[in-house]
Design a protein around this ligand. Structure first.
Ligand SMILES: *Cc1c(COP(=O)(O)O)cnc(C)c1O
Length: 463
């Protein structure tokens, strides 16, 4: 894990000598339950099955590439978060990780709330029946039209991200004759990635209002003076793919410090704090994520302790996991097209998708695992790089992976833990068509987001 433990994030950590990869796994046919969704197993022929359906059938029926999403796994992770945080806290699923109408319905049924950060995400949420009061609206540059739509719909909270937005939302709420519940997003000078975090006095990024220099306190002061805003709390989000809770500890300490200043100055104890999302998942067997109940316990202890020290009533906590709920629930199913051994280097395995369905490897140097899933194999491991079909040499899906030496065109391989930030960040690069999302459960499969067609592409191109 030394690669992703670089303090500035995995993007900066790629300084190890070529060939620095872990030894081949002892059993290439094994499916580590840490990285695969919970109903995944191999049948007696060695074919991977999920939700009771084998991948050869899925490939035949829905084609490849395809995202295959395990509905039971999604629901049970959502429920685990809900249960872990209990009645005194709220869980908001971060819709940007992956959003579709089916997912919105599952979240609604499992009692979760929903974060959206654009008009499109808001429209999806509302069209699938998520009650507006359970929606939080985020973003550093919400348009006036988006704000109006959110206020009209009656969203439960708008997370204010700048001084200008405080006035903008207040103005729109007043025009609409309503009082909008808002949180103020602050940057606390904590940047957390994986096993490291950096705590500074300042944070050089586009989101939120800095605590530094009293700016966040000034923002709260202004918002409290506006009748059309009901300031319900402070929001902080410190990073992504985090395993270590100490970054949250520093963030909570600083947010509680702000709550105390607000109490001392205005006599107001804000009732809520939101600690954001960013909890990590296992992309490879080296990652050891925490369970929701451990995270809930740690966060609530941190906030309670900080509030006792500051003599404040403990506020209601909310959290916003995206990746930690949907990430592990899906894998991407690909068909192998070409297998190209490069003497003394590695074997390039080309699949029928690539950076258009998973940009994370190219964008963040993300690590993934991969397995042969249409059969088992006793062949010796070979070092591969799984690449896509795009006209770009950075089009890499899995940078270093061991696959069986007898891998051949027509085999199906699958990349696990692609539920988050893959379909939601998918593109049409090279006019490649975005894959479908197929949900499986109890031996049934159904398309919840269909495959794009050339007609879809040409419909937008009006000539
Ligand atoms: C992206 C984001 C999240 C979700 O992050 P995950 O890493 O998917 O848990 C939560 N809150 C905010 C404000 C975000 O921007």
């Amino acid at each position: 894990m030394s690669r992703s433990a670089h303090p500035a994030g995995p993007r900066h950590a790629d300084v190890l000598p070529e060939g620095h990869y872990s030894a081949p796994p002892t059993d290439l046919n094994a499916l580590d339950p840490k990285v695969w969704s919970q109903t995944v197993t191999r049948d007696e022929h060695g074919v991977l099955t999920v939700g009771g359906i084998d991948v050869k059938r899925l490939a035949e029926e829905y084609g490849t590439p395809a995202y295959v999403l395990d509905e039971d796994d999604f629901r049970s992770r959502a429920r685990a978060w809900r249960t872990a945080f209990g009645e005194n806290a709220d869980v908001f699923y971060a819709g940007k990780a992956f959003l579709s109408r089916a997912v919105v319905r599952w979240l609604n049924e499992e009692g979760l709330n929903l974060d959206v950060c654009s008009g499109g995400e808001l429209a999806t949420a509302l069209s699938a029946g998520m009650p507006a009061e359970r929606i939080a609206f985020h973003g550093n540059n919400k348009s006036a039209a988006e704000i109006r739509r959110a206020v009209e719909a009656g969203v439960g909270r708008i997370v204010l991200d700048s001084f200008q937005e405080i006035v903008r939302v207040a103005h729109i709420a007043r025009e609409l004759g309503t009082r909008q519940r808002v949180q103020i997003r602050v940057t606390v000078g904590v940047e957390a990635h994986t096993h490291e975090f950096i705590a500074t006095a300042h944070e050089d990024q586009k989101f939120g209002i800095p605590l530094a220099g009293g700016q966040a306190a000034e923002a709260v002061r202004r918002a409290l003076q506006l009748d059309s805003l009901e300031v319900i709390g402070i929001h902080s989000h410190i990073g992504s793919q985090i395993f270590d809770m100490s970054g949250f500890e520093v963030a909570a300490h600083r947010v509680v410090g702000l709550l105390k200043d607000i109490r001392d100055e205005h006599g107001v104890e804000l009732p809520e704090i939101d600690l954001g999302g960013g909890l990590g998942i296992a992309y490879t067997s080296d990652d050891d994520p925490r369970e929701p109940h451990e995270i809930a316990k740690a966060l609530s202890e941190i906030v309670t302790r900080e509030c006792e020290a500051a003599k404040l009533r403990t506020p209601r906590i909310s959290v916003e996991p995206g990746r930690a709920i949907v990430g592990p629930t899906a894998f991407t199913l690909y068909e192998v097209g070409t297998v190209k051994p490069l003497e003394g280097l590695r074997t390039y395995v080309s699949v029928d998708g690539g950076m258009s369905d998973n940009i994370r490897t190219a964008l963040y140097d993300a690590e993934y695992s991969v397995a042969l899933v249409s059969r088992s194999s006793d062949a010796a491991p070979m070092l591969t790089r799984v690449v896509g079909k795009h006209c770009e040499s950075g089009d890499i899906v899995v940078k270093d992976a061991f696959l069986p030496g007898d891998l051949a065109p027509g085999d199906l391989i699958a990349v696990p833990a692609t539920g988050a930030y893959c379909r939601s960040m998918a593109s049409n690069y090279n006019h490649v068509l975005r894959p479908p999302v197929v949900a499986v459960k109890d031996g049934q499969a159904r398309v919840i987001v269909r495959r794009e067609t050339e007609e879809d592409l040409l419909r937008l191109d009006v000539g």
